[in-house]
Design a binder for this molecule. Sequence first.
Ligand SMILES: Cc1cc2nc3c(=O)[nH]c(=O)nc-3n(C[C@H](O)[C@H](O)[C@H](O)COP(=O)(O)O)c2cc1C
Length: 186
Amino acid sequence: MNETIKTILARRSVRAYDSRPVESEKIDLLLECALAAPTGRNLQPWFFSVVNSRDLLNRISAANKQIMSESAEPMARQAASDPNFDSFRGAPLVIFVSGRKDASMAAADCANAVENMAIAACSLGLGSCYLAGFKPALLAPGGKALLKELQVPEGYEPLYGLAIGYASEDPGERPARNPNVIAKID
Ligand SMILES: Cc1cc2nc3c(=O)[nH]c(=O)nc-3n(C[C@H](O)[C@H](O)[C@H](O)COP(=O)(O)O)c2cc1C
């Protein structure tokens, strides 16, 4: 098994981090990997907000907690009632990926970038967690100011985030994958 395949198979979602900041050289490498992802018609319809500010992350998470606590969904209300609720899982760094609204394949393109970063992070000894649960806070009317702080350009919408940092937990075995989703056609 080569190193690339080993890394792909080793990656897990990490949901607890220590406060050690991620080195700027590593952040730059992650972004280089993000930009190397394939995009439909090579449109590269993405924008990356690299947030090292826990203050901003805490404010987005607090807005999200408030929205979730008023949700009709019992699971959302239950998650919001956790005193340790954090949409960003305590990570010191989150890279938000926003997609151009007029690019029909932007969601796939941005997802490719996030996955490239997640695998690269794993190869660099960093933990990461793919995120989308933070979005209600940014899409709500009150989210406009937060989007401005994230410097998301006009015409783009927040799609995903990647929490990144040094893991303070061992996420253990990967949750089982359903193998019955493959047809081999000769
Ligand atoms: C589009 C997408 C959105 C996700 N959003 C969240 C999230 O908001 N919070 C979270 O803790 N995990 C989130 N995850 C992580 C998944 O829960 C995780 O990938 C899945 O449980 C499988 O675990 P693994 O990544 O360790 O293999 C998201 C994953 C994807 C692909």
